[in-house]
Ligand binder design. Sequence first.
Ligand code: PLP
Length: 424
Amino acid sequence: MTAHGRSIAGRALHPESLMMGYGYDPARSEGAIKSPIFQTSTFVFESAEAGKSFFELAYGLREPNEGEIPGLIYSRLNNPDLEILEDRLCLWDGAESCATFASGMAAVTTSLLASVRPGDVVLYSAPIYGGSDHFVRHVLPTFGVEGIAFAAGVPLVGTARDAIHSAVRGRRVGAILVETPANPTNALVDIADVAALARELEVDGHRPLVMVDNTFLGPVFQHPLQHGADIVLYSATKFIGGHSDVIAGAALGSREAMAPIRGLRTFLGTMASPWSGWLLMRSLETLKLRMTAAAINAGEVARFLAAHPKVARVYWLGLMPEDDPMRPVYDRQCSGPGSLVAFDVRGGEAEAFRFLNALQLIRLAVSLGGTESLAEHPGTMTHADVSPAEQARFGMTPALVRLSIGIEEIGDLLADLGQALDAV
Ligand code: PLP
């Protein structure tokens, strides 16, 4: 028995075929079909020379010899469950390197901190997940880094692009953080165009890294590295975990782009645990099935809501009109609409709350991407820290409800939504 390869008779295997065994050799674990949980803090070295050699590689004191695999040292640096998981995550995004984290926020913050220094600017698309928004607007400034927002959902041309250049004023831009589709409105950002913007913002040989939070559509329906992103970020708590029972994150990219992020993870100690790694490997086996089924359900839900008299507007990528200026971006960048459906109830916060309080099958909870459907009110929950003026600027109304559609039977979901709307 050997670890699975990536091809059979010249045929490259698809990620969904490789999630069950890739990167794991049963012969090294008593023949166990699944990787055990390596619940250990440290690893015994066969000799002092082996320990010395492992540390030389870990600290980059020398390049690995031909075929040399870095040895296991300590679970803050590496662990079999995390290494196998990281190899598997690389397959979906076509990445060379992956680092998994204790949470999506740990992935976002460690990646940003690895790329900025005092005096820098970080550009970010808005709206963006409330935690990322808080970090960029309230934490990075304490390190002398200014966050400058640009609106998702509109092409970055003409005055919008000029406004970015004039706000940056020739300063060094450490990173451009993009969330597309944006949480909670599903507004898109053109990743290839942001990569072009990054090239325009090169100063003294430094080009900003383009980081894309791919939590909403990835890793099945969007692959940012193919469109010019340097780093892909995930809250693996969401679709990758998929069962609302683990908090984790991931960052992926080329070996070169990932080296500082991986290095900082070691010193901040923001890595995932072996148990989380094992849970995520379990989840990756059904990733494509779950995301595909949830997106089909979401389509039914979005069409039901769009036809309902108590719904003012539906935000779901599958309903984007042909003449929307961002439609070419959707066609080029995304291979599916995903299962996040936001909508404005007719009325305001009071009507949105009445709807949320009346739900019976769909749970009122933040988070998304699980097998169960969830509903929340972004304006007062996930994005409570974003001022009402900023919320309005980036298209969030007090009547906005966000649904994460799961894999329940579709008739049951529509019955619950219908009776909750009746209560409004
Ligand atoms: N990015 C997005 C788009 C999210 O929705 C979230 C959480 O909701 C995060 C990042 C943060 O992830 P975590 O909660 O795993 O830290």
